[in-house]
Design a protein around this ligand. Structure first.
Ligand SMILES: C[S@@+](CC[C@H](N)C(=O)[O-])C[C@H]1O[C@@H](n2cnc3c(N)ncnc32)[C@H](O)[C@@H]1O
Length: 255
């Protein structure tokens, strides 16, 4: 991914060709998910509807992730489903050494690219159009998926593939799947999905089982270290058990 040096961006076709390459995180899933084209079409259309200038304030889950992750200074950060670049821009402003964004939606990434360039960080950012479950991922200190796993039917492949790229921390936000929150999340998804279907918007979202995600991450050598809730969203940070002294996530109350 860094073969062309900093700030250089690749297209979907180039990323797809790279699918055959070995991955940093071990074995690569056999293929990109069939749903990838409809996800990118949905978010491309959404960005066009909103207008490229409308970046808004960071989502509550983005703020929670940044809070739980702590000081980005000097770290490398990989975000899958980077959207319009809000989280990456924030960690760059806070001193991140390098960031990589992987995103299915070209239109979203174009906005992210512009925002990062406008703030003068283009030389520290590598933004790639591609499927985070399938493109080769280089190791980064932190790997983040903010409201992304729930867009993707192949959650197991996405989580397993990306977990291997996390040198220190792995962080994500997904709809809560347990107890009454899980029931409420499923109802909310059902309403969202029905609306999108009515509007002929090609996007389905999912409530993936949190215990299953936890099992995959534990299997990849990551241990849950902090969690938060934002509405029906579950926000979690995991830490690589082998992370050395000074690389631990500060203890935070679990909500
Ligand atoms: C709800 S948006 C969240 C965007 C951003 N993380 C944020 O919080 O503002 C989900 C994004 O994930 C992207 N996405 C979903 N599955 C993906 C995958 N497998 N690889 C890369 N991007 C993906 C979508 O294109 C979309 O832009």
């Amino acid at each position: 991914m860094s073969d062309r040096g900093p700030g250089v961006n690749r297209t979907t076709a180039e990323a797809a060709r790279a699918d055959d390459e070995p991955t940093a995180g071990g074995s690569s899933p056999a293929c990109a998910c069939d749903a990838a084209p409809s996800i990118s079409a949905h978010f491309d259309a959404k960005v066009r509807r909103m207008g490229s200038g409308a970046t808004g304030t960071p989502h509550a889950t983005t703020r929670a992730l940044l809070d739980l992750l702590g000081d980005a200074n000097g770290h490398t950060v990989l975000e899958l489903g980077a959207g319009r670049g809000g989280l990456l821009l924030e960690v760059l402003r806070n001193g991140a050494a390098r960031v990589t964004g992987i995103e299915l939606s070209e239109a979203s990434l174009a906005v992210a690219r512009q925002r990062i360039a406008d703030d003068g960080y283009a030389d520290r950012a590598d933004l790639v159009v591609g499927d985070g479950a399938a493109v080769p991922l280089e190791p980064h200190d932190w790997v983040v998926l903010d409201r992304v796993i729930c867009c993707y039917p192949g959650a197991d492949a996405l989580v397993a593939h990306s977990a291997g790229a996390a040198r220190q921390r792995y962080a994500f936000a997904v709809p809560d799947s347990g107890g009454w929150r899980g029931v409420a999340s499923r109802i909310a998804r059902l309403v969202d999905n029905s609306w999108n279907s009515l509007m002929r918007r090609p996007c389905t979202t999912f409530v993936h089982d949190l215990e299953r995600i936890d099992g995959i991450l534990r299997g990849a050598g990551l241990v849950r270290s902090a969690t938060a809730r934002r509405g029906l969203w579950h926000v979690a940070v995991y830490e690589r058990a082998s992370a050395g002294p000074g690389q631990t996530v500060p203890a935070r109350p679990r909500s």
